[in-house]
Design a protein around this ligand. Sequence first.
Ligand code: GLU
Length: 450
Amino acid sequence: MPLMSNALLYRLITSGEPLMSKSAFKRALARLDQAAEHVEIPEETFIRLHHPRAVLSVAVPVRRDDGSLEIFTGYRVHHSDLLGPCKGGLRYHPDVDLEEVKALAFWMTCKCAVMDLPYGGAKGGVTVDPRKLSMMEIERLSRGLIRQIADFIGPEVDIPAPDVYTNERIMGWMMDEYSQVVRRRTPAVITGKPVALGGSLGRSTATGRGGWVCLRELGKEYDWQPEKTRIAIQGFGNAGQAIARLLHEDGFRVVAVSDSKGAIFNDDGLDIPSVIEHKNRHSELEAVYCDGSVCETHDAEQLSNEELLELGVDVLVPAAMDDVITADNASKIKARVIIELANGPTTAEADDILTDNDVLVIPDILANAGGVTVSYFEWVQNRRGEQWSESEVHERLDKRMAAQFGKVMALADEHKVSARLAAYMLALKRLGAAAEALGTAHEFNGGSGG
Ligand code: GLU
């Protein structure tokens, strides 16, 4: 089996521009290229992964409440179906663009492979600021998007899920719309639905819980004492709140949290349940979005988001958007461990700086994989017509997270590489085995199975 030659690697990925000026997708692929140098995989795996298998762009007309018509642009990208139907979230955000969606779909391919799930990778989104829409406008947008992409998704083709600024209510509308389009009740087309519409217990907190399992496993090695371990969480949406609650229950000192409006800090540890309550207090919109801010919490000092990232804590949890830890601030990060609950929070340049400074980064494609793992459980329950108890879901998630975490860390140890590189290596091995099973050029040219 030929190792990827450096010459081919560079032909594929290097066009002379510096990394930062490349598209988000090409920057994401650079991580794969690094990992490919450490694992033996058929060249064809690598070539396949450089090309998203299908890209769809749609215009979604939405009637606004004032009677006017607005057209929103939506995307859905299938990055790879080597390991199974494509899987990944749908986000609503003003910064959504095609190159970013391609990068996010690629990360889903790697994430599902790391977790050993029978899925490929997909992602989608609409370029919109959903906080400027009413609840009924969001429903019309969500249903309109599904009508536009209905031929591109399906329980055995591509299964969407929640992501940034989309949630269970939106998934429920989408499942309902898809079922109307295909004239069959089809719960398995979408995961992250409300439990009443076929969702799984434990799905809404699964991303945070997965990150918490990673911390728990690390804690065994580091012998952390919860009351002395200080944690900062950047981003206080679904994933940030869930991990904060679990850590607080375990007695950890969550000293700072932030949202888009700013950060709060209390060195004795924040009272997480009351911060969550403050944030979610504006109950009118809560059904779609939590509209409060952590900054309304009074027993804490206010900081900026940037200051939060640079706090002298033991563990930093970026749980918001991509590219927040960059070459500009990486050297100022004092945390010893970073748990990436967001997708792509650390740039490749920042990664090098963090590695030089001995900061252990548990990478996104492992640390935030709890969400897609319970999405998989939801899909299995829908297809079997079952409803598992919350404790069964937790047990299965904890077991799978701990097992894959162990594999990644063992690989990192064995090859003396970062946990990120090890996670990509594990993903590549699994993707490589699938590509090989389909046959490679070497075999078709009369080789002996190469
Ligand atoms: N959007 C989540 C992620 O980035 C979940 C995806 C899913 O459940 O399919 O992992």
